[in-house]
Design a protein around this ligand. Structure first.
Ligand code: BG6
Length: 476
């Protein structure tokens, strides 16, 4: 660990995060209608959204645990179909009330609520009605939903995040969105869908600011800095291209209100250019964010690739067997991703790279110059509840320690950082691996196919993070 020359801010928001469909449960009750995640998870190899961590019924207990942990902020998402079962029209009073109760409980506990408006759970009704995100109609519906949230909760919530991980939504488009099978190979449509997200974000910012110019807005991309596989100029250019196509292409619209030219030229040359409508460029400028929230899990490694290479996605390692991810994302003529031989990985082949965290934060701060928050950072692992009734997750403590150390390094280098959220507060259903892969500081006693008693059990990492918060990040 290094010697720090600068402290975290006095009012630094030490936090933790979750998302609605991954924790709430009560997926089809209290007036909530299905989301696309409820439907997609019906065919999951792991578990469904029906109960998840049953946060809906354990909300008060969960907030008590947050308070005891000493959290200064809790980032959670609101479920669009819990608020508007049909995507628009009449709100569901029970859903609206649930989030008031959660926000009130947090405020009473002295915890600042930070709200994500959208974390993959689109009302299924809108998929049935017009294809969801594939249709431009979504832009107005999302803006109306965003405006409603800020009207309803804007007195109590200052920081709002529009869309969670638009770049991952693009990258894993058939997992994060319902895409009919016959369309799944349509690469141009995939970019078109991404543009609808960009415009929905911008339209939401405009609608929200018209109601409450005092709220603070951001989107939240997952940032994955790309390193060159070797120091050859071709590999260095490949890494720069990977940063452009995988990070800046998604973040520039939020921070600069435009897509980067290089990326647009590439899409045009590849026959992948999406349709922009008159007025889009002006509206994108209205989507510029007040701060930049990012999620960070790992870096990637890139090498040069021929123009006639075949476009491909990285194959997911779904079973947590180290080394089983063998095919990698390829953008013809730009880059192909590859394993970084210098980094350890998790069982799911995610590289562990704390230095990349500091590197990414300093790079983004230099590029955009806005205050930053880390909306997610954490380790997915198979946790074991031992006979002493504890979870000894020293591997998670080691991961978080290194990453908070890197965060401190970024602060030392001058990054204006105001919040950090561990993913996740409690165990939740991982987006691809259910309860096989856990992230929580608090263990939830259930398995994918056995609900057990859903008891909350504080892991060793909970106690460790409690001390980190108490010392404002000085003692790791
Ligand atoms: C982020 C998402 O991509 O990564 C979370 O915002 C997700 O929803 C987290 O849980 C970890 O990914 P996974 O697939 O391991 O759950």
């Amino acid at each position: 660990m290094k010697t720090y020359r600068r402290e975290f801010k006095k009012d630094f928001l030490w936090g933790s995060a979750t998302s609605a469909y991954q924790v709430e449960g009560a997926a089809f009750s209290y007036g909530k209608a299905a989301s696309q995640q409820d439907i997609l998870s019906e065919n999951s190899l792991f578990c469904t959204t029906e109960t998840a961590s049953d946060h809906y019924h354990h909300m008060e207990e969960d907030v008590k645990l947050m308070k005891e942990l000493g959290l200064k902020t809790y980032r959670f998402s609101m479920s669009w179909p819990r608020i508007f079962p049909a995507g628009r029209g009449e709100p569901n009073p029970e859903g609206v009330k649930f989030y008031h109760q959660l926000i009130d409980a947090l405020c009473e506990a002295g915890i600042v609520p930070i709200v994500t408006m959208y974390h993959y759970d689109l009302p299924w009704k809108l998929v049935e009605e017009y294809g969801g995100w594939l249709n431009r109609k979504i832009v107005d519906d999302f803006a109306n939903y965003a405006a409603f949230l800020v009207k309803e909760y804007g007195d109590k919530v200052k920081h709002w995040i529009t869309i969670n991980e638009q770049n991952i939504i693009y990258r894993m488009w058939t997992r994060k969105n319902y895409i009919p099978e016959e369309l799944q190979k349509d690469e141009k449509l995939r970019y078109q869908m991404n543009h609808h997200y960009t415009m929905a974000h911008a339209a939401a910012c405009r609608a929200v600011r018209a109601i409450r110019p005092d709220v603070m807005l951001s989107g939240v991309p997952a940032v994955e800095p790309a390193y060159p596989r070797t120091s050859s100029p071709a590999d260095c250019a490949a890494a720069a291209a990977a940063n452009m196509m995988r990070n800046y292409f998604f973040i520039d619209p939020y921070m600069k209100g435009s897509y980067p030219v290089q990326a647009m030229n590439y899409l045009e040359d590849q026959g992948l250019m999406f349709r922009m409508e008159p007025g889009d460029e002006a509206l994108m400028k209205e989507g510029c964010c007040d701060f930049l929230a990012v999620n960070y899990y790992h870096s990637v490694c890139a090498k040069a690739c021929e123009e006639d290479a075949v476009r491909a996605d990285t194959a997911l390692n779904l079973y947590g067997i180290k080394g089983s991810a063998t095919s990698f994302e390829t953008a013809p003529g730009l880059y192909t991703l590859c394993k970084n031989p210098l980094l350890e990985t998790t069982d799911w082949d995610w590289p562990i790279d704390a230095e990349g965290f500091s590197y990414a934060l300093t790079d983004l701060y230099e590029r955009y110059g806005k205050p930053m928050m880390i909306a997610e950072n954490g380790l997915g692992a198979r946790d074991i509840l031992t006979e002493d009734g504890r979870v000894h997750d020293d591997y998670r403590i080691a991961y978080l320690r290194k990453h908070i150390d890197a965060l401190h390094d970024a602060v030392d280098k001058g990054v204006d950082l105001f919040a950090y959220c561990v993913w996740s507060f409690m165990d939740l259903m991982s987006t691809s691996n259910g309860y096989e892969k856990r992230y929580g500081l608090v263990y939830v006693n259930r398995e994918d196919k056995d609900l057990k008693d859903l008891a909350r059990i504080k892991k060793d990492s909970y106690y460790w993070y409690q001390h980190v918060i108490a010392t404002n990040g000085r003692d790791l």
